[in-house]
Design a protein around this ligand. Structure first.
Ligand code: ATP
Length: 584
């Protein structure tokens, strides 16, 4: 337990050092400003008290004028301090939380695919942004504000005691009782808010899912059903929010009751002390003002303690995420030679879940510069081969080598730079054509991009772009399936990899686009080692070797010409069946 606490302290220290230490000067200045704001908030009431007392005496014009000027100055200073501290705290919280968001984003991107399979994108958005939002105030001024309000409360009580000791005792008791009562009532609403937040998160998840599936919803005329579910989710969220809001309003009601009693007490006591000659008329006004001033710290301390708890919960979640380690061990030792690389699988076994092996003791070798076409029924493990080559996962048994270097020994960045994977699930960003092709690599010249687009047969498409390479792509909207594939191939060209993995399209395009894609693939595979996940028999003809996978194991492997000669081979059978279909 102690070790755990030490651990926690260490984490808080790390967070402080990384996100707040670089801004120590600003934090210090903010602390001073908040302290100053407490003093300037208390000053006007004292000035007004003297003003009221002086106004009742004769020949006090100069003092009255002085008081008026002092009052004005104190109000202007209070406003100035307020603006400055707001500016500083916004700057502090934005820089600290943005740094934390960037660290979390980088960390999530570095985690292996099994982590991403277990966490939905929506959840990660919530963790990278939602949890960090709860820390914004914490980083800038929450602790300072709690301290500041405590100081303000104590200062007000001290000033009241200095006015009359009886006031000090009564108002101190009042502050303690009110804080206690508000603390108790505050807890009533918390569980209701939790349930309401959960319902709201559920509602957003529902919205995201339905908007993503809009094509299917529209095409299957499921709009009425979706709208029905939408109203149900909305109604549920509304009911829970209403209940939580009602429960929450008990806090406001308690405050009003406590402070109404407080004012009654202040005026009764003030009148009594005035009649006794213990305080002046200005003193009664001061009492009223300080009651007003007490309201702020008493109310804020209760809500700020809540915020502190939320920030603590946010920090705990941030910590959990930052401490999640990738299953892929990083190495900086291995390096890859230049040029096309031979690929070797040595007894590779892999499974996504413990129940089922997807690849089972698979061994194969693709010589440097050769092309291997992989075929097999859906779910036999073809894409898994590709994922292992990019180290999106590591094999559970065996190893993969590029040349003589095990890929696990090559730094991930270097490894992924040497392999290009062109899938059918092509992702485009809401960014310029240039950035979509270069992945934001500014070192790639426009001339190089144009050269690749020309070779790929996209020159005409490029000329139709209103702003050339600066034209913004709205994801893959506005791109035909053929254009998207050709752009994906252009990306691979610009990366200039040593190994190319192609997941071939299963659907056919128009003959001209097909021809362009075939041509681009031929060029991309020249002088590179290639693996094609083939969905058509014609593709096998461009391969040096063919591999037929079944349930994660090799069913057949060899040169196409040899396998076709063997009438008993599965590959030969596939060609015969295809021939029969054409004839039929
Ligand atoms: N992230 C995952 N978690 C659990 N199981 C998975 C995951 N990805 C794939 N699988 C399972 O692993 C098996 C092999 O998947 P893989 O994607 O490699 O098949 P494939 O041969 O490429 O299929 P297809 O031709 O349909 O793309 C399938 O049974 C699939 O359901």
């Amino acid at each position: 337990m102690l070790a755990m606490q030490e651990d926690e302290k260490g984490f808080y220290r790390k967070i402080f050092q990384r996100y707040l230490r670089p801004q120590m000067a600003q934090l210090f200045l903010l602390g001073l400003l908040l302290l100053l704001s407490s003093v300037v908030v208390l000053a006007p009431a004292q000035i007004l008290r003297f003003y009221i007392d002086a106004a009742q005496q004769k020949n006090m014009l100069t003092i009255l004028l002085l008081m008026a000027v002092l009052y004005l100055v104190s109000v202007i200073i209070a406003m100035g301090v307020n603006v400055w501290s707001t500016y500083l705290s916004e700057r502090l919280s934005w820089s600290a939380t943005n740094m934390l968001r960037a660290d979390l984003m980088q960390h999530c991107l570095d985690l292996d695919m099994s982590f991403h399979n277990a966490h939905m994108p929506g959840e990660l958005i919530e963790r990278i942004d939602g949890d960090v939002n709860t820390l914004a105030n914490f980083f800038s001024q929450l602790i300072l504000q709690v301290l500041n309000n405590a100081i303000l409360l104590v200062c007000t009580l001290v000033l009241l005691t200095l006015t009359d000791w009886r006031l000090g005792i009564v108002f101190s008791l009042f502050a303690v009782v009110t804080l206690f009562a508000m603390g108790k009532v505050r807890n009533i609403a918390i569980p209701h808010w939790k349930v309401a937040r959960q319902a709201s998160a559920h509602f957003f998840g529902f919205l995201e899912e339905r908007l993503n599936g809009r094509e299917d919803i529209l095409s299957s005329s499921a709009t009425n059903y979706v709208m029905h579910r939408f109203y149900q989710a909305l109604q549920q969220s509304y009911k829970l929010e209403k209940k939580a809001g009602l429960m929450g309003s008990t806090l406001g009601a308690t405050t009003v009751i406590c402070f109404t009693l407080g004012y009654v007490m202040a005026f009764s006591l003030g009148t009594y002390l005035y009649q006794q000659g213990a305080i002046t008329l200005g003193g009664i006004y001061l009492l009223y003002q300080y009651m007003l001033l007490l309201e702020r710290p008493v109310q804020q301390i209760t809500t700020q303690l809540d915020e502190l708890q939320m920030a603590n919960a946010g920090l705990a979640r941030v910590r959990e995420l930052l401490e999640t380690r990738s299953k892929l061990l990083e190495s900086s030792a291995g390096s890859l030679p230049r040029g096309p690389l031979p690929i070797t699988f040595e007894n590779v076994s892999f499974s996504y879940t413990p129940e089922r092996k997807v690849l089972n003791s698979l061994s194969l070798r693709v010589p440097a510069g050769n092309v291997l076409a992989v075929m097999g029924r859906t779910g036999c493990g073809k894409s898994t081969l590709a994922r292992l080559l990019l180290r999106l996962y590591d094999p559970h048994e065996g190893q993969i080598l590029f040349g003589t270097t095990p890929i696990a020994s090559v730094p991930l960045q270097k490894l992924r730079q040497s392999v290009s994977l062109v899938t059918q699930d092509i992702q485009f960003f809401h960014a310029s054509v240039r950035d979509n092709l270069t992945f934001f690599d500014r070192t790639i010249q426009d001339a190089t991009i144009l050269n690749v687009l020309t070779q790929i047969g996209l020159l005409e498409w490029y000329r139709s772009l209103p702003e050339g390479l600066n034209t913004l792509l709205q994801g893959s909207q506005g791109l035909s399936a053929g254009e998207a594939q050709l752009l994906a191939l252009s990306r691979a060209f610009l990366k200039d990899p040593q190994i190319v993995i192609l997941d071939e399209a299963s659907s056919r395009l128009d003959p001209i686009t097909e021809q362009k894609i075939e041509f681009a693939i031929d060029r991309l595979l020249t002088n590179r080692t290639g693996i094609i996940i083939a969905h058509r028999l014609s593709t096998l003809e461009r391969a040096d070797q063919v591999l037929l996978l079944k349930d994660g194991q090799i069913e057949e492997q060899g040169m196409l010409s040899v396998l076709r000669q063997d009438r008993h081979s599965h590959i030969a059978q596939l060609f015969v069946n295809q021939q029969k279909e054409i004839v039929a």
